[in-house]
Design a protein around this ligand. Structure first.
Ligand code: GRF
Length: 195
């Protein structure tokens, strides 16, 4: 199975997925990393691993749909089977979702359905919850709303800052995302046999 990773930032989840492949906990290969923010550190991580990288700056496109049409072209040109959003800070449209039905996963830094959308970690701190976490889910047109595949809980400590909490959530993300992808591969292969 060939993965296409969409990322906007540091790429630590991309790195965790690549390490899971190295360690054979996850079968497949990363065929392409697409990033949108110029200078995003994910491009360096991908380059070190000699993974092909494409930069699509969303500011160069007139609409979300236009960006997603280009994403489709690049993903298909690289033979991608499963799209993994790993810190992709753009809302995706039916152009992409219908192009990869049930084949797009996302990781979100909260226990969904709490704290959807941007700034989930700050939202959790502002609300004063004592436990937050992260969620892997299937991507559907509603933001942060698809079927939940895996979650991990992370306690919020009295002296937590957004930074300290983010680090603890991300260490759980790096554990559950590769595991959830492997489980989802099983699910996809079984649905294929049954259909
Ligand atoms: C992750 O915390 C993820 O939950 C959120 O964006 C962050 C991406 O981090 N959607 P990285 O680029 O994988 O380091």
């Amino acid at each position: 199975m060939r993965f296409g990773i969409l990322a906007s930032g540091s790429g630590s989840n991309m790195e965790a997925i690549a390490q899971a492949i190295d360690g054979q906990g996850l079968k497949g290969e990363i065929g392409i990393v697409i990033y949108n923010e110029p200078g995003a550190y994910v491009q360096h991580r991908a380059a070190v691993r000699r993974i092909p990288v494409v930069h699509l700056n969303h500011r160069d496109f007139g609409s979300r749909e236009a960006l997603d049409h280009q994403l489709m072209k690049v993903l298909n040109a690289h033979g991608v089977d499963l799209v993994l959003m790993a810190g992709w800070m753009r809302v995706v449209t039916p152009v992409l979702i219908d192009g990869f039905p049930e084949r797009i996963l996302n990781i979100h830094p909260s226990l969904l359905p709490s704290f959807r959308g941007m700034h989930a970690i700050q939202q959790a701190l502002d609300y004063g919850v004592k436990i937050t976490g992260c969620t892997v889910h299937v991507v559907v047109p509603d933001v942060d709303a698809g079927r939940i595949l895996a979650q991990a809980a992370v306690p919020i400590l009295p002296d937590d800052t957004p930074h300290s909490l983010r680090l603890r959530i991300q260490s759980q993300e790096h554990r559950i995302y590769p595991e959830a992808i492997a489980d989802y591969q099983q699910h996809l292969s079984q649905s294929h046999v049954l259909s």
